[in-house]
Design a protein around this ligand. Sequence first.
Ligand SMILES: Nc1ncnc2c1ncn2[C@@H]1O[C@H](COP(=O)(O)OP(=O)(O)OP(=O)(O)O)[C@@H](O)[C@H]1O
Ligand SMILES: C[C@@](O)(CCOP(=O)(O)OP(=O)(O)O)CC(=O)O
Length: 402
Amino acid sequence: MRTVTCAAPVNIAVIKYWGKRDERLILPVNDSISFTLSLDEMYSKTTVSISPTFTEDKFWLNGKEESLENPRIQNCLKEIRRRASKRKLEGSDEDVLNWHVHICSANNFPTAAGLASSAAGYACLVYALGQVYGVEGDLSSIARQGSGSACRSVHGGLVRWYKGEMEDGTDSFARPIAPANHFPNLRVIICVANDGRKKTGSTEGMRRTVQTSRLMQYRIRESVGLRIDSMMQAIKEKNWSAFCDLTIADSNEMHAVCQDSFPPCIYMSDTSHAVASLVHQYNEIQISKGNLNNKVCYTFDAGPNACLFVPGAVANEMLSLLLRTFPPSSPPNADNFIRGMKPQTLSLSKELESIADENAQSGRLKYLIHTKVGEGPRVLTEDGAHLLDPVSGLPTESGGMA
Ligand SMILES: Nc1ncnc2c1ncn2[C@@H]1O[C@H](COP(=O)(O)OP(=O)(O)OP(=O)(O)O)[C@@H](O)[C@H]1O
Ligand SMILES: C[C@@](O)(CCOP(=O)(O)OP(=O)(O)O)CC(=O)O
């Protein structure tokens, strides 16, 4: 039996992927750019075992057995096995391709809640399969066939997914464009307003947008390509202020085309807009003081939860501002309100206190996840890492917990 366990990170797009030019191959209508987040706080963990004694392929997700009929998982498996069979196979490796596979995966954060679980999940699956079958080379174009955004979680730091021009998708892959410390000491705060399953998934939402929104035609033809160029320039020049403005503009444009779809896809809630407005008020203060490097930006995926990118110098201040503006409604929530990296001192200037008090709405946010930018997937070798028992190939007691 061969068993490998890997962890893969979430990524958050700053120029969004929204819309496909090919649904089956998962080819996007535009390039996108993302930050990969640290594995320390949010990750998918996947164990893959192959054995001549297994009688069928099996898959467990978050502790529950699921069907492997899912065509997206099947496409990833097929492509990995095809690549493995193309390699020069030594001895027993040829048999290995006929062995059945057991896959057990779990996320340590909510699944299908607009927190990029499919991105981390499929990147992890493909990375772990790649390790088991000894597949080398670009894995991003395989992860893409699981979930588009997953192709960016195969790398760390700032990553660009090139949409490609070819009909067969061979030139649609992700590449790292800058390391994780490119903007040094950057923090990420995810403001979780709702971590339940979302009503309209990204796949259905983007299909509806491509089919019905006229504003989407403007985004594709006139807008997002230029924004990608400006973003590449801002990254090259380490122009944080421009980076923030472009990130905010692209999130707003994505949600505008969602709203313009028929029937509309509404992902942002009143709470989302309140967080966005707080960030704009905060930035106005920084701009008025000439501290452009202290600006904060927000972006929203297909859900109401804001993801904030925050310079390290003001991360504690931003956490304090969020805590005072959106305090937890009841004591049990207060204990675990700021998850992830522990903030140091929480204090606010009089000016920020009054902004918080003007906007205060308790109980609007369930919790915050405080994390940072990070590296791509990795193999886990520590004792007890496996989610499948290396002898029986069945889920261990911790099989449902990442
Ligand atoms: N660890 C995992 N391994 C394999 N598949 C996973 C894993 N986690 C999530 N998925 C797949 O991704 C689906 C959720 O994807 P969906 O796009 O609906 O939500 P999301 O990725 O959390 O949100 P968004 O893409 O909008 O940020 C799950 O139903 C499951 O099929
Ligand atoms: C809003 C987004 O997070 C959309 C992610 O969509 P998915 O990658 O989940 O969609 P499928 O390719 O259909 O699986 C923006 C982004 O990550 O770029």
